[in-house]
Design a protein around this ligand. Structure first.
Ligand code: UDP
Length: 323
């Protein structure tokens, strides 16, 4: 299959390219390199451009026969989306519509879309199933949910079939060290803890220890980036086999508190991790844990690296290789 990976120079996109190439697909990456890294795209063509450029999309879709698109080109910082909603709605919502419209014009009818657990907001029940009410509490999550709803309308009107994958906390790195997480600036817990363990960053700020959880810190479901990518492959195969549009949670179904993650980083790295406790960060739900049964049953997905220590150890290997 020929697949356009939009945002393929970013963290999850670059792992996706590795998985697609390994399974024999023909890949083209479209990425404006505003967040991604050109050197993260290896062995496949990279076109530098933005999905807002419909002339570029028309050219690429017109010249090459794409079977589908995987869309990873999002801004991802929840706290930033509260302070600066405009670029979030512009990039994650408006530009996605421009991409969808180009797909419709060129009759490209399969899309795997990077959605998020942020569509649910503060959970009413844990673990969260896909049918949980959608009450996103920040512009990042609202934009993801709006796109999911637009995709339902586009299927009805234009027969564009899509699978939205609602990631819980993507983490880790390629087990062979070929790719990893290089966000600038880095805001995610595990890479920040690893930087602090390596002595390359200020103490990690722990955002709130007064949550209604056993140890007072927030609980998240960390999912290995390679497992996420396998789910995308399965989702794409399902669409190609005629599966209907759907949405799936991707998580391990186990929650770890911030303190537990910090302890795991100390265990894996064998180093102390300096930290300081600060106030809660805006927009952070206390618990987010996935029920990913639907992806397991309908897509046949099984995480290969569910252990937190494996996730952290792959991320640590990659971080050490960057020095
Ligand atoms: N977190 C933290 N300090 C940091 C970054 C994150 O305490 O410097 C906490 C954050 O409040 C959340 C968890 O770690 O409870 C995971 O945050 P991250 O930003 O990695 O992912 P998110 O859950 O926001 O998608």
């Amino acid at each position: 299959m020929r697949i356009m990976v939009v945002g393929g120079a970013g963290y999850i996109g670059s792992h996706m390219v590795l998985a697609l190439v390994e399974t024999g697909h023909d890949v083209l990456v479209l990425d404006d390199l505003s967040k991604g890294h050109a050197d993260a795209v290896q062995g496949v063509p990279l076109v530098k451009g933005n999905i807002a450029d419909s002339t570029l999309l028309d050219d690429l879709f017109g010249r090459m026969n794409f079977d589908g698109v995987m869309h990873f080109a999002s801004f991802i910082q929840v706290a930033e989306s509260i302070l600066e909603p405009a670029p979030y709605y512009e990039n994650n919502l408006v530009n996605t519509i421009i991409l969808l419209n180009a797909m419709v014009r060129h009759k490209i009818k399969k899309l795997v879309f990077s959605s998020s657990a942020a569509v649910y907001g503060e959970p009413q029940v844990i673990p969260i199933t896909e049918d949980h009410p959608k009450n996103p509490v920040n512009p990042y999550g609202k934009g993801k949910w709006m796109v999911e709803q637009i995709l339902q309308d586009y299927e009805r009107a234009y027969d564009l079939k899509s699978i939205s994958l609602r990631y819980f906390n993507a983490a880790g790195a390629d087990p062979l060290g070929r790719a990893g997480e290089r966000h600038l600036p880095e805001t995610h817990l595990i890479p920040l803890l690893l930087k602090a363990a390596a002595g390359k960053a200020d103490p990690v700020t722990i955002f709130g220890t007064d949550y209604d959880t056993a140890d007072g810190s927030c609980i998240r479901d960390y999912i290995h980036v390679t497992d996420l990518c396998v789910a995308h492959l399965l989702a794409f195969q399902a669409l190609m086999s005629g599966a209907p549009s759907s949405a799936y949670n991707l998580g391990n179904g186990h929650g770890f508190s911030v303190w537990e993650v910090l302890e795991a980083v100390k265990r894996v790295t064998g180093k102390p991790v300096p930290f300081q406790i600060v106030a809660r960060r805006a927009g952070d739900p206390s618990h987010l844990v996935a029920d990913a049964t639907r992806a397991q049953v309908e897509l046949g997905w099984q995480p290969h690296y569910p252990a937190l220590d494996s996730i952290i150890s792959h991320a640590w290997n990659f971080a050490c290789m960057q020095q």
